[in-house]
Design a protein around this ligand. Structure first.
Ligand SMILES: Cc1cc2nc3c(=O)[nH]c(=O)nc-3n(C[C@H](O)[C@H](O)[C@H](O)COP(=O)(O)OP(=O)(O)OC[C@H]3O[C@@H](n4cnc5c(N)ncnc54)[C@H](O)[C@@H]3O)c2cc1C
Length: 439
């Protein structure tokens, strides 16, 4: 019997979760159920996998288990950039090998199409827009990343627009940045509203049980998942629980729960919107990966995301949240001195499943156990496509995207504790320090 030592426990301050429509969580699972298919983790990856399995096997019941409520985990906590382009922060030009980058682009476009189609079909109100993204820089290091990224985009034959320091205030209001590279293909959205909507629209043969954390597992020809009020005996298990996969006994120390943090202001008044200037709605990602992500939302709030911490349990830590809030305030006031009186209404954190070599795991883990985990901070598109393709592969489909994922090297190994924590904390500290004003 494998005990799951740590269960998800996120803070209760995620603005996206509270500002999206309330929904009644589905009941927790109780008693004993035998089934053919069980998916663990109802984030973007698990929702996509369960939906697709249900389409492949319309006569089977698909059980989808979620430890918290849908939208409460990282899939509802992110900055809402559904990015089309490869975003390989391990490569100097963010693109890396062009063949791999081309496949990554196909995966991301597949996910975007699926999100757009489901949002339209099920009338999901999640502020979805084709606003694109600005990758912006202020420090010399960031400016050289933009130059390299520009070359990478040329290599991939992708459209972009370079925006100079003097033009940027007309786009973003702020005079903070020296240059930006605008790419038009990113979708921006309200992530908690999206996943809540996707959960409400699951096919009839998916049984979603929320607030049902799996606390131990017996592996074998059949797999038994135990939780506080019962058990599920399943023929096939799909793990889509991202940073928590290692607690199920797989990929030890390979998918690292690195937390990042976001704050959202109150709604800007009409005068404040006027003082800010720029376009009504935009998203900025930093040239330096340790810098700040920003958004001006369609309902006129500003989002700031930065700060990273290693929380080995995968659970939130209030002291890291307090530190992040201080940094958010500083980053916000540096960029928007005209809004210095505007308070944050919400500040929260969430786990990303990061891997050392930026590769996720896709495919088999053990007999009758399969996984799509390790989204590396890009789960909106990557999770949506890998969840769908995992179900396709299990159903016997083959195509170039499945082959690409199955032949990827997968996440690389890391040293054991205490070296692991020492190494990661050192890298995070150095990266955040080096980011300078980008943060
Ligand atoms: C602040 C922040 C900003 C980000 N910004 C972006 C962005 O702009 N764009 C982007 O693409 N990505 C972004 N990310 C990353 C993105 O949120 C993740 O990549 C994405 O959530 C991964 O989706 P997932 O479904 O694979 O995993 P998750 O969303 O982590 O879902 C896994 C689910 O498994 C459940 N679970 C775990 N263990 C158990 C158990 N024992 N029993 C039952 N259920 C369990 C968890 O509760 C969770 O809901 C950001 C993340 C954060 C925190």
């Amino acid at each position: 019997m494998k005990k799951v030592n740590f269960l998800p426990s996120d803070d209760n301050q995620c603005g996206w979760f509270h500002l999206s429509d309330q929904r009644q969580a589905t009941p927790s699972h109780t008693g004993t159920t035998s089934t053919r298919w069980t998916v663990v983790g109802a984030g973007l990856t698990g929702l996509a996998a369960a939906r697709r399995l249900a389409e492949h096997f319309p006569d089977d019941e698909i059980i989808l288990l979620e430890a918290q409520e849908v939208g409460y985990g990282s899939s509802g906590r992110n900055s809402g950039f559904a990015i089309d382009l490869p975003h390989n922060i391990g490569a100097s030009d963010y693109i890396g090998d062009p063949t791999q980058a081309g496949m990554q682009l196909k995966l991301n476009l597949k996910a975007q199409n699926s999100i757009k189609q489901l949002v339209e079909q099920h009338h999901i109100e999640c502020q979805l827009s084709t606003a694109g993204k600005y990758q912006a820089a202020v420090e010399p290091r960031g400016l050289s990343v933009l130059k390299a990224y520009q070359q990478g985009l040329d290599k991939l034959e992708q459209d972009y627009q370079l925006i100079s320091e003097s033009e940027l205030p007309d786009h973003l209001g702020t005079r903070f940045y020296k240059k930006a590279l605008y790419t038009p293909g990113t979708l921006l959205l309200q992530p908690a509203a999206l996943v809540k909507g996707l959960a409400n629209a699951l096919p009839k043969n998916v049984s979603l049980y929320e607030n049902t954390p799996v606390s131990s597992v017996e592996y074998g020809k059949k797999i038994t998942l135990h939780h506080l009020h019962g058990q599920i005996v399943t023929d096939q298990l799909l793990l889509t629980n991202n940073a928590f996969a290692s607690h199920f006994g797989f990929l030890p120390r390979k998918i690292l729960p690195i937390f990042t943090y976001a704050s959202l202001t109150r709604v800007l008044s009409a005068d404040e919107q006027h003082d800010l200037g720029g376009l009504p709605h935009w998203g900025v990602i930093p040239a330096d990966p340790f810098g700040s992500t920003l958004r001006r939302t369609p309902d006129n709030r500003i989002l700031v995301r930065n700060s990273l911490s290693f929380n080995p349990s995968g659970q939130h830590n209030p002291s890291f949240l307090r530190k992040a809030l201080k940094r958010h305030r500083l980053s916000f006031e540096n960029r928007f001195p005209m809004l210095s009186q505007v308070d944050f209404e919400y500040t929260w954190g969430g786990a990303m499943g990061l891997t050392r070599n930026h590769q996720g795991h896709f495919g088999p883990l053990a007999t009758n156990v399969h996984a799509a985990v390790g989204c590396n901070g890009l789960g909106i598109t990557r999770g949506t496509s890998t969840g769908t393709l995992l179900a396709d592969w299990i159903a016997g489909d083959h195509n170039e995207l499945i082959d690409f994922l199955l032949t990827s090297s997968g996440p690389s190994a890391n040293p054991p504790e205490p070296l692991l924590s020492l190494g990661i904390n050192f890298s995070l500290h150095r990266g955040q320090h080096r980011a300078g004003k980008e943060c």
